[in-house]
Design a protein around this ligand. Structure first.
Ligand SMILES: C[S@@+](CC[C@H](N)C(=O)[O-])C[C@H]1O[C@@H](n2cnc3c(N)ncnc32)[C@H](O)[C@@H]1O
Length: 373
């Protein structure tokens, strides 16, 4: 039997064609970057999901190169609880995000937050030149490994270690900033360090936002149409947020007040999750089966507030809740507004971050919601 192997160059060419076909890659410049950077140099070993099972690949394993170029996120590090703490993000998401970058000038550096294995830093270095790229990760071990990967690929951006919430003041101002880990609110430092006219491209909640800097740190922009959630921010390397499943048992059995509610929307749709995460960045959302019924859960771990919503299928639901915060009542107005507006997609919404850090969500000209801090 003959085994046909496909070269990395050919697999990369096919991935690029797919990204173009899917509309993720649009410009000549970014196409050239994706064609030039060998992803395999950044992920010598990783775990990925093929069908339902996670599979670990190492360089040289059968199927390794095919998995590298499968347009999937590739997990490269886990903590002691089995939570993934770093990955090479899905190429389609990276393409959408880098295509949205619009630096304020041709000379200012671009800040890449969440270096991970360094693939995105390599793409940026190809596009803008290594001397214009500053990349930062909270985890020193990841930055050291990324430096080796980048050197092997022929790129030498500036690598730094620290919490991206502080930006990277040493090399500011930046023409643009991209962050490939999930956040709940735009840190003040980002607006301070990006030059007027430049932009911030980031994953906030379950959305991707491109915010253009105006005067005095005012930042405004629309969400991209794609729903996406990256790994969430860690303030220190040993501090990954607990995954949602951690709360499942407690939520399923919790005893509290019982209420009857009208459900403005089906809670398992993408947009209710997108809006819910924006209105409650500190709340964990999960779905589970309790006594053979699908149930939605909201948990605010700090105040031990929780809500368990059991839909009846007729637009009503039973709400059980406990703790000082009424998590359902907090999120319901945004969901009603979305329903009333005819269920638009994420790119119908804009975000404004005011000079004092207040976040405001808008839909069209008339609907505005102040998002809590
Ligand atoms: C999904 S990975 C980034 C992928 C990467 N940009 C790539 O090239 O594919 C997310 C990274 O963000 C990092 N991270 C998480 N919280 C951070 C923080 N507060 N500041 C800087 N980096 C952070 C993680 O250590 C992880 O490496």
């Amino acid at each position: 039997m003959t085994t046909v192997t496909t070269s990395a160059d050919e697999l990369r060419r096919r991935m690029v064609e797919q990204l173009i076909h899917d509309g993720a890659l649009r410009s000549r410049e970014w196409r050239a970057a994706f064609e030039a950077v060998p992803r395999e140099l950044f992920v010598p070993s990783f775990t990925t999901r093929t069908a339902s099972e996670p599979v670990t690949y190492r360089e040289g394993d059968p199927g390794y190169l095919e998995a590298v170029y499968a347009n999937s996120s590739l997990n490269t590090q886990y903590d002691e609880h089995g939570t993934a703490t770093s990955s090479s993000s899905q190429p389609a998401m990276m393409a959408l995000m880098v295509e949205a970058l619009a630096p304020a000038s041709d000379t200012l550096p671009v800040l890449d937050l969440g270096t991970g294995p360094g693939y995105n830093a390599a793409l940026l270095s190809h596009r803008y030149g290594s001397q214009r790229v500053v990349t930062r990760d909270v985890d020193p071990a990841l930055v050291a490994t990324a430096a080796d990967h980048l050197a092997a690929a022929g790129y030498a951006p500036t690598l730094t270690v620290g919490d991206g919430a502080e930006g990277c003041p040493e090399h500011a101002p930046y023409g643009a900033l991209i962050a490939t880990y999930g956040i709940g609110r735009i840190p003040d430092a980002w607006r301070v360090q990006v030059a007027r006219g430049g932009n911030i491209v980031a994953n906030i909640g379950n959305g991707l936002i491109s915010l253009t800097l105006g005067d005095h740190g005012l930042a405004t922009g629309r969400f991209l149409p794609t729903i996406a959630a990256f790994m969430t921010a860690r303030a220190t390397p040993g501090n990954a947020p607990a995954p949602a499943r951690t709360y499942a048992g407690k939520l399923a059995n919790a005893d509290g007040d019982m209420h009857e509610i009208e459900l403005p929307v089906a809670l398992d749709e993408e947009m209710p999750r997108f809006l819910g995460a924006l209105s409650q960045p500190d709340v964990v959302e999960l779905s589970l089966i309790v006594e053979e019924r699908k149930v939605y859960g909201l948990v605010h771990p700090d105040s031990e507030s929780w809500a368990r919503i059991t839909p009846r299928g007729d637009g009503t639901a039973r709400l059980d809740r406990g703790g000082p915060r009424d998590l359902w009542t907090e999120r319901a107005p945004l969901l009603r507004g979305w329903n009333k507006a005819g269920k638009p997609s994420a790119d119908a919404y804009s975000l404004t971050v005011h000079p004092d850090g207040r976040h405001e969500l808008t839909l069209g000209d008339a609907r505005r919601w102040a998002l809590p801090a």
